[in-house]
Design a protein around this ligand. Structure first.
Ligand code: LLP
Length: 429
């Protein structure tokens, strides 16, 4: 029997007809922890990080993991121990970094809507940098910092107006996006920042989108950013660090993004050629560190063959894996223990009461109810985007290394879900 191809990390593969993460069969983990279950390979995460670290060795550089991709504490701890700082977008993410035991001094704070309270807390804890996304935000941060008798280190997020050639919902560096400060306003905004008593100009940053699979948008964005650095420094304002954001894509369905080390070797050559090779470099990768390192294991509940479509109803749903419903995203779906027999074409769907609750269209699979399926490339933007829709508890998570596995998040119980709710009779009194 030929086995399905498994895109992504080599750490997720068939051994003796069993889909394994590292050496651990997923069927064993499903038996022990139930389904739906997210399983991550620690080795795959470390290898993905190493691909960024290799070309940066010997340079002033730091990787700030964009933790929105997967903010589970154990994942943060693993990446902190491996030398990462964190790119955060909320006060909640800041508290997660602290709970993971990582220092606030390794945090940079992105996002278009930081509140005063979030700014205050980040200043108290002493984060490395605020990535400023509007002129109005710069003024508010200045006021907060002055009220605390301190100066906030800032980098201004520039919108370079480069098309990353990805899904419109995850493209962020075009003029029509809500992110960053327009290219034309950048120098003036730096002039203002340099005059403000509560602001210390530290760097410049850009982030053009996500799931980028080509080199050209990165090379263009770097050129545009460096042109701006020259213009800003001509005004006597020094830019100490250059932050190029994240966005590198992964293999969902035979996608072939450049490898991080290949891409960065290219980009560093450009940086050196333009005379900026000695600046502190900062990167904010999310998906490319964790995406291909994870799978979601789900059980087939019911098979419902029909005249027009055959439905395979599984116990994972859009609340666990929101990417197909939100972005029409493709995730490969493969059997955990492939069975011989005829394949049929299935619509793989969840139990949530919405027609949009699908995980995969037209998948050729040989199935019986009770089988386990693995939804691949599920390490990024799945658990971190999971919800309780239909009052479904969020899934459990397991981290695997070699032959070892560890539960890193218990399955959410109904008591967990009800904890903050008050009965109607008392709520209003
Ligand atoms: N830095 C900033 C400022 C960002 O906004 C993002 C992602 C990143 C870094 C990390 O990008 P990455 O390396 O992960 O591509 N939920 C969507 C993706 C949203 C990305 C938002 N920003 C999805 O599931 O495809």
């Amino acid at each position: 029997m030929s086995l399905p191809t498994v895109p992504g990390a080599p750490h997720i593969a068939y051994r003796n007809q069993q889909l394994c993460v590292d050496q651990v069969p997923l069927a064993d983990l499903a038996r022990r922890h139930g389904t739906p279950l997210f399983v991550y390979s620690e080795t795959a995460i470390r290898d993905a990080l190493a691909a960024y670290q290799r070309p940066l060795a010997g340079r002033k550089a730091r990787i700030f993991y964009a933790m929105k991709a997967n903010s589970t504490l154990a994942v943060l701890q693993l990446l902190a121990q491996a030398g990462c700082g964190f790119d955060i977008v909320s006060g909640g993410e800041l508290e997660r970094v602290i709970a993971a035991g990582a220092p606030a001094s390794t945090v940079i704070f992105s996002g278009v809507g930081k509140t005063r309270a979030e700014m205050r807390r980040a200043l108290e804890l002493g984060i490395a940098c605020f990535n400023i996304e509007s002129e109005a935000e710069l003024e508010v941060l200045n006021a907060v910092a002055v009220s605390m008798d301190t100066r906030a280190p800032v980098s201004i997020r520039v919108n370079p107006n480069v098309d990353p050639k990805t899904h419109p919902y995850i493209s962020t560096g075009l003029k029509g996006n809500k992110f960053g400060i327009a290219h034309e306003r950048t120098v003036a905004t730096y002039r203002r920042a340099a005059d403000l008593p509560g602001i210390r100009v530290a760097g410049i940053d850009c982030h053009i989108g996500s799931q980028i699979t080509q080199e050209a948008p990165y090379l263009d964005a770097m050129d545009r950013l460096l042109d701006l650095v020259q213009a800003i420094e001509a005004e006597g304002i020094r830019i100490d660090h250059l932050d190029f954001g994240g966005g590198l894509g992964i293999d969902y369905n035979g996608d072939q993004p450049p490898a991080a080390d290949v891409l960065w070797t290219r980009l560093l050559a450009k940086l050196d050629a333009r005379g900026f090779g000695d600046r502190m470099l900062m990167l904010e990768p999310g998906r490319s560190l964790v995406g291909n390192a994870g799978v979601c294991v789900t059980e087939v509940l019911y098979l419902k063959p029909g005249e027009q479509k055959n439905f395979c109803i599984v116990d994972a749903a859009m609340n666990d894996l929101p990417r197909p419903a939100m972005y029409q995203a493709f995730h490969a779906i493969v059997p955990v223990q492939p069975r011989p027999g005829d394949t049929l074409t299935w619509e793989v769907v969840g139990p949530v009461c919405e027609s949009g609750d699908w995980l995969g269209h037209e998948r050729a699979l040989a199935l019986e109810s009770g089988d386990l399926l693995a939804v691949l490339s599920a390490g990024a933007y799945c658990m971190s985007m999971a919800s309780n829709y239909n009052s479904r508890g969020r899934a459990a998570e397991v981290l695997v290394q070699g032959e070892q596995s560890r539960l890193i998040r218990a399955r959410e119980s109904i008591a967990d879900q009800l904890r903050n709710e008050l009965p109607a009779a008392l709520a209003g009194r």
